[in-house]
Design a protein around this ligand. Structure first.
Ligand SMILES: [Zn+2]
Length: 288
């Protein structure tokens, strides 16, 4: 089938192939300028560091997907403002991993670590609801989301590649949880310490997409982990990290261009832009 859409997906596949490492785990992170000396980082990540983060400071990024799609372009020679985190295996054609837009995608939230960090459960729920609304609207209403209550989503292990155990997440749902990398001594943080959050505000992604069988190409589960110590005190209504990480759980990777919500170097003030909307619309139209 030599349709326009096929040509598009081939171009996107070439871009996506760069992020092989990200695809292997299904996870990409919200990259944030890392402090040069990680040993110093822990100690200076107080109010000053948070303020700098909230200003949306952008610097050199050390995320593993930082080269994502930089030199690629679509058939018109234009670099798209979006990318996908679950590209098809090489040599196959069709859309990348995506959620089925015929079914409502559910989400549950584990507020345990948010509460431990002094967060407000109502405010957090509001922020997630607003973030889901943004993506639903961006998809022209094709994607619909539903809050299904609280759940227990502790970290799989403090250093796990994939932060939570996907077997605990119902199919068709996104798990949202909070953790910290700062190893508080209190026992009550047990299960909510996640070292890879050091220097970043959160991480998000999807369970490995199957490329054969009944669910071929369909995302079954997604997850987001926010650094509760670093993000909850933001004065912003909906800090950019919420919809950004959610974008990863919806199948989007870092946009190859700057200025998008899904750009690697986007800040807490970032809002959804044309590339973000186009990316989620492509996924929503991809069929089930
Ligand atoms: Zn990201």
């Amino acid at each position: 089938m030599g349709t326009k859409a096929d040509g598009f997906w081939r171009a996107v596949g070439a871009i996506a192939a760069v992020a092989v490492v990200a695809a292997m785990t299904g996870f990409v992170v919200w990259a944030w300028p890392q402090l040069d000396d990680p040993g110093i980082g822990r100690e200076v990540m107080g109010q000053d560091a948070d303020t700098e983060r909230l200003d949306g400071a952008v610097g050199e990024l050390k995320d593993f997907s930082d080269k994502f799609g930089q030199d690629e372009s679509d058939s018109l020679g234009k670099i798209p403002g979006f990318a996908f985190n679950s590209p098809r295996p090489a040599g196959t054609e069709g859309p990348p991993g995506h959620w089925c837009s015929r079914e409502v995608v559910g989400y549950r939230i584990d507020f345990t670590a948010a509460k431990l960090a002094g967060g407000n459960r109502k405010l957090e729920l509001y922020r997630w609801q607003k973030s889901f609304e943004q993506w639903s609207k961006a998809s022209n209403g094709r994607y619909k989301f539903e809050y299904r209550g609280e759940a227990d989503y502790p970290m799989a292990a403090p250093n796990a590649d994939i932060p939570i155990d996907f077997s605990a997440v119902p199919a068709g749902e996104i798990a949202i949880t909070y953790a910290t990398d700062r190893s508080p001594s209190e026992d009550r943080w047990q299960g909510y310490i996640y070292r890879p959050l050091a220097g970043i505000l959160g991480t998000g992604g999807v369970q490995q997409v199957p490329w054969t069988g009944e669910y071929e190409g369909l995302i079954q589960r997604g997850a987001v982990v926010l650094d509760s110590v670093d993000v909850l005190q933001s004065p912003l209504d909906v800090p950019g990290v919420y919809p950004h990480e959610l974008g990863h759980a919806l199948g989007l990777a870092h946009a190859p261009t700057r200025g998008q919500l899904m750009s690697e170097a986007s800040g807490q003030q970032a809002v959804m832009e044309s590339g973000d909307r186009e990316g989620i619309r492509r996924l929503a139209r991809a069929g089930c």
